[in-house]
Design a protein around this ligand. Structure first.
Ligand code: ARG
Ligand code: ZN
Length: 890
């Protein structure tokens, strides 16, 4: 309850954490309290003197008031900074002219009108383990300023609606830091006394400080160029330590593909003559879109066929695209405040999804994205951390870089496109840039551009930004043979979420097609809705998919001219992020699985059936009944597996069961043991019934050709690996030696790793041996070793927590590097407390694992709650961890 939390806030806040810093109580910040800044910054000149013990940062800022002649206090953010000097219009301020506390530097009465502010601070990047602000990674300096890291570099109005032009001068020892990078263009460089050198960078575009970046160190670059469609030549450079350069080929390919795609699809051209990417081993998130100097977690840049899997190659393509696309959706047009994060992230995730679709298989990409939404975002939206795509409040913004803001946000953007069509969506994008280039704006402004460019009626659509929770939609169908009509009746409900008990009906686009008894799409001509007969096709051309606009709590649509009872294909392409419940029978689902022209829904029909079967078997398991798998389901899987007309990657998806998370999310009380037992029962049953088919799938999909990253080759490997994983569930010595053969003969990481993972499904000597062999092969490549850790950490063999604990003492494990995770309750609790002192952002991400504790059985509940309480009681807890742990207990 609120009382208890307040007491906890107080007790946490009053605990002494160190002699120098007294912690302030965690403060909740609300969207409704947004105020425009009193001052703007015009020009910012930064000067860095990088040192081994300390770094000096000088800033010279041209400040002007929002309202001419009005002078109010100027409040600057600053955290962990040592103030050296502060000057206004060239005059050093005296102690009584400003106020300094642990988070702010306040000038109580600055001059009226424009003035210059000069501040010198001292910082200690080599001690900065939080990986925000300026820090060191493997001996190199680098920065991460989003969301609020710039305040750890210098005193500033650290908020995205302050946009200014920057120049950055950097000086450092030349032998230790031969490469000095920042945003924009290199204007000047030269030698200095004492073995030092300097550079001067200038960024001609206004930007918020979260897009500032600096990198200094021993790096080398892969160089290439891109000629934009208007004929400008852009130099492209990807920076890594020299030995990693050979692994940047795919990243460079991805960057050039992304630049071309944004021109082709959105007419958006790159706007500077240089684009840099730097790969660093220590990075909290995937990557960061700093203007012209993107910084990446090296796992999302470095790849070679021997060390990276197809999934890694695909992730690199997507994230290189994502950060590049931010140049327009994020940098040129940015967010007014952090509540609007989805304005740039939802839109940019949508753009990278579309990019990956166009570069590979659209249906397969859609299947991947929807699975991710269901397995991660749905549980978040149904738990204590549920928040709208645009949150109403936060304690620590870093906690809101979530699957809801990103992935559900991308679904919201996708709905505009579904409703407006490709051309209408493009018109909306064009208007958005025309209106807002160079501005910091809100989600309403994006909405208004889409609406105004299309003169669309978007009644209630904005609720997608403000209401949390996954809407549930029920649909029932009826056919009237005499009237030749077919009716679909929808009813919707949005579940209550923390702080939002009562919800309004949403605007839900539902794409629908109707199949005849041969499995063909029925041409749709008109439908009755709200007592009116509406024509479906404006041009008179037959339409096979219509987007119904469900806006009310209950709503009916009646198709006319339907001469036989159709099988409906509802929510084609997953046209809205909802849970759909229909009255389709098992045989309808099998029919759709065999015939639907919408490939996403074809896959979906199989998943709906699988979820139904799994939930029924879970109930049987809980009542100790024998588990029996429906033969029709086995036949359905078999016909997919053996259909030569289907795309192989699609088959691999279609024969893969829904994830355990997805099934638990659908249960009253999540029962991981039962779900696990059922899932492995079905896998084993399929493997033994279809053993011959799986074996021939493995054999016919081997290849001796060199690795290529393209859809055909990836599809082949995906299907082969899926078949091998099924077979290995049988724990049969013959299969183990087959898998071992695949492991030994593999020429790429995709097949080598899949073979090892297949063997590792079963405890025993074969498992131990192959894990040891793999480690000794790759112990010098930390990105591969991380995969090896992850495979074991996520393994569900009995007694795995003990294994994982041992791994923590493994020489290759390093808590300072965020790419490594753990599992197990107490174990996780202890890690969180230790890690919080080093890196609060990553620690709070780990606490999220406990946040859905109430969904589990009593024993698990107690174990998780105990850990949450232990965490809350820890000394000097960060705001990051405090927010997640306290909300989880509330
Ligand atoms: N804007 C980055 C992206 O491309 C994410 C960076 C967030 N970093 C953080 N520490 N919260 O999605
Ligand atoms: Zn992003």
């Amino acid at each position: 309850d609120k009382q208890a939390i307040r007491r906890l806030i107080c007790s946490v806040a009053t605990q002494p954490i160190s002699t120098e810093a007294k912690m302030e109580a965690p403060k909740e910040i609300f969207l409704k309290d947004y105020k425009m800044p009193e001052y703007y910054f015009d020009k910012v000149d930064l000067n860095f003197s990088l040192g081994e013990e300390k770094t000096f940062v000088s800033s010279k800022i041209v400040v002007y008031p929002r309202i001419e002649g009005v002078s109010s206090p100027l409040v600057l953010d600053g955290h962990d900074l040592k103030l050296v000097t502060i000057k206004v219009n060239g005059e050093e301020l005296k102690k009584e002219d400003y106020n300094l506390d642990s988070r702010h530097l306040t000038l109580s009465s600055p001059p009226s009108g424009t003035f210059t502010l000069e501040i010198v601070t001292e910082i200690y990047p080599q001690k900065n383990t939080s990986l925000e602000g300026l820090y060191k990674s493997s001996g190199n300096f680098c920065t991460q300023c989003e969301a609020e890291g710039f305040r750890k570099i210098t005193f500033y109005q650290d908020r995205p609606d302050i946009m200014a032009k920057y120049s950055v001068r950097i000086e450092a020892d030349k032998s230790l830091y031969p490469v000095l990078l920042s945003n924009g263009n290199l204007i000047e460089q030269g030698e200095l006394e004492g073995g030092k050198h300097y550079v001067l960078w200038e960024d001609p575009f206004k930007k918020p400080c979260y897009l500032f970046a600096l990198v200094a160190g021993q790096l080398e670059s892969r160089d290439d160029k891109f000629v934009t469609r208007s004929g400008r030549e852009v130099a492209l450079r990807i920076w890594t330590p020299a030995q990693d350069l050979p692994k940047t080929v795919h990243a460079m390919y991805s960057l050039k593909a992304a630049m071309k795609w944004d021109e082709d699809v959105f007419g958006l051209e790159y706007d500077l003559d240089l684009f840099n990417i730097v790969a660093v081993p220590d990075f909290n998130m995937g990557a960061m879109e700093n203007k012209s100097l993107n910084i990446f977690n090296s796992k999302l840049v470095l790849a070679s066929p021997e060390t990276a899997s197809d999934a890694d190659y695909a992730a690199i393509l997507g994230v290189i695209g994502h950060e590049y696309f931010h140049n327009w959706t994020g940098n040129r047009v940015t967010c007014r405040d952090w509540f609007q994060l989805s304005l740039k992230e939802g839109l940019t995730v949508f753009r990278d999804q579309e990019f990956s679709s166009d570069m590979g298989s659209r249906p397969v990409k859609r299947i991947d994205d929807v699975s991710r939404l269901r397995n991660y975002q749905f549980p978040q939206d149904a738990g204590p951390m549920a928040h709208p795509v645009r949150p109403h409040s936060y304690i620590k913004m870093d906690n809101f870089y979530t699957v809801t803001v990103y992935e559900k946000g991308a679904e919201v953007v996708r709905m505009y496109k579904t409703l407006l069509g490709s051309q209408g969506f493009r018109k909306g994008m064009d208007l958005y840039f025309k209106r807002h280039d160079g501005q910091a704006v809100t989600c309403e402004e994006f909405f208004a551009a889409m609406r105004d460019a299309n003169e669309a009626n978007f009644h209630n659509f904005l609720l997608w930004y403000s209401q949390a929770g996954t809407p549930s939609v029920k649909v029932t169908s009826s056919f009237n043979a005499e009237a030749k009509t077919y009716s679909l009746k929808f009813s919707q409900e949005v579940p209550p979420t923390p702080g939002q008990q009562v919800k309004e009906p949403m605007f839900i686009p539902v794409a629908v097609g109707l199949l005849d008894s041969n499995g063909n799409d029925i041409p749709l001509t008109s439908l009755y809705h709200d007592g009116m007969l509406e024509s479906i096709s404006a041009s008179g051309q037959p339409v096979h998919t219509v987007v119904l606009q469900v806006k009310k709590k209950e709503e009916e649509f009646v198709f006319s001219n339907i001469s036989e009872r159709p099988i409906p294909s509802i929510l084609r392409g997953y046209s809205a992020p909802i849970r759909l419940e229909s009255d389709l029978t098992d045989s309808d689902l099998l029919f759709l699985l065999a015939h639907d022209s919408d490939e996403f829904n074809r896959w979906e029909a199989g998943q709906v059936l699988a979820r139904k079967i799994m939930l029924n078997l879970v109930a049987d398991f809980q009542q100790s009944k024998p588990l029996i798998l429906d033969a029709k389901f086995v036949d359905g899987i078999k016909s997919m597996l053996c259909d030569p007309s289907l795309d192989k990657e699609f088959i691999a998806k279609a024969i893969t069961l829904p994830g355990a998370g997805e099934i638990m999310d659908m249960m009253e009380v999540a029962d991981p043991d039962a779900v696990h037992a059922v899932r492995s029962f079905i896998r084993k049953h399929l493997a033994s019934e279809l053993k011959a088919e799986f074996l021939s799938t493995v054999e016919s999909n081997r290849s001796t050709e060199p690795y290529v990253f393209n859809h055909n080759n990836m599809s082949r490997r995906a299907l082969k690996n899926t078949a091998l994983a099924y077979l290995a569930s049988l724990d049969d010595p013959e299969i183990t030696s087959l898998a071992l053969h695949e492991y030994k003969s593999a020429t790429n990481m995709t097949e080598q790793f899949a073979a090892m993972a297949a063997i590792a499904q079963n405890p025993g000597k074969a498992r131990d041996d192959v894990l040891a062999d793999f480690y000794s092969k790759w112990e010098n490549d930390y990105l591969v070793v991380n995969k090896w850790f992850a495979l074991q950490a996520f393994s569900d063999i009995p007694g795995n927590v003990e294994n994982v604990k041992k791994l923590l003492n493994h020489p290759a494990f390093d808590m300072h590097n965020p790419n490594k995770d753990g599992s197990g309750y107490r174990f996780l609790g202890e890690i969180v407390v230790q890690l919080d002192k080093i890196n609060p952002q990553v620690a709070s991400r780990m606490v999220s694992a406990f946040s859905r504790w109430r969904r589990y059985d009593a024993t698990r509940q107690a174990a998780a709650k105990e850990q949450l309480e232990m965490i809350m009681a820890a000394n000097g807890l960060s705001e990051n961890v405090f927010e997640i742990a306290s909300k989880s207990l509330a």
